[in-house]
Design a protein around this ligand. Structure first.
Ligand code: 5RP
Length: 262
């Protein structure tokens, strides 16, 4: 139950719960990956079960697909859905223009494809993800395993000419083994500290052979829902130019946690 949640989980839950209000009957919805997105999938599943909401989900990772099916959301491939009304996903950083760094969970390739194939992308986050300038969070870059060390060297050479403060590139590991994405690729984490020109950085990185996709999401996100530890939320809508604050909501969550967390 939310009363048992830590402030950070309360913030994630509050953002997720508010974001699923944007989902309407009949929509095709992109389902993000990560701990905040998991709350969103659970909240959406609750609406499917309780309200009979009919939606089709496109998952951005195997783990999200599994959770979505567990909570009763119909999951199809992007090619079956073709185009999505909305994608809701987490982020590792967002700036004032709602440009993002994503890929902390290693799913940014599919997340970017799915978000780009959507009329609207809503990011759910807490205030700790907000930055003036992107780059404190290491930028994930997905590369194919073939010749990955050569690709890494090419990235390092390229960074010399980019407006960034750090230039350390590390292959992501998981449990002592190289991390492998759902698509069978490696992730290189670029500790850039401060990315002066995120658009240029994204374009230049994606031109390097062996690079599949980087975690910069430029001009893709439309709305960010920021949850707080007291359960209140802030909604920033880029196209409307609005910022709205809403107090914590009461009740409704107990059923969801009993059914899913047990
Ligand atoms: C996965 C992502 C996640 O959305 C991002 O890492 C945020 O995760 P969390 O909500 O757990 O902080 O980009 O690739």
């Amino acid at each position: 139950m939310t009363s048992d949640l830590s402030p950070i989980d309360t913030a994630k839950y509050a953002a997720a719960r508010r974001a699923v209000d944007f989902v309407e009957d009949g929509m095709r919805v992109g389902l993000g990956t990560g701990s905040t997105a998991e709350w969103m999938v659970k909240c959406l599943g609750e609406r499917v079960r309780n309200e009979g909401l009919r939606i089709t989900g496109v998952a951005t990772s195997k783990r999200t697909a599994k959770l979505a099916e567990e909570v009763g959301i119909k999951v199809v491939s992007l090619d079956e859905a073709k185009w999505l009304n909305l994608t809701i996903d987490g982020a590792d950083e967002y700036d004032h223009d709602l440009n993002l760094i994503k890929g902390g969970g290693g799913a940014h390739l599919i997340e970017k494809i799915v978000a780009t194939a959507s009329d609207q992308m809503i990011v759910i986050a807490d205030l700790s993800k907000q930055v003036d300038t992107l780059g404190a969070f290491p930028l994930p870059v997905e590369v194919i395993p073939f010749g990955w060390q050569t690709t890494k060297s090419l990235i390092e050479e390229t960074l010399v000419n980019l407006d960034v403060m750090g230039r350390t590139v590390t292959r992501r590991m998981a449990d002592g083994e190289p991390f492998v994405s759902d698509e069978g690729n490696f992730i290189l984490d670029l500790d850039l500290k401060r990315i002066g020109d995120a658009r240029q950085t994204s374009l230049v990185l994606n031109q390097i052979p062996g690079v599949v996709e980087n975690g910069l999401f430029i001009d893709i996100c439309d709305i960010v829902v920021i949850g707080a530890g007291d359960g209140s939320v802030e909604l920033r809508d880029l196209s409307r130019g609005t910022i709205d604050h809403e107090p914590a909501r009461e009740g409704g969550e107990e059923n969801m946690f009993v059914e899913i967390d047990d």
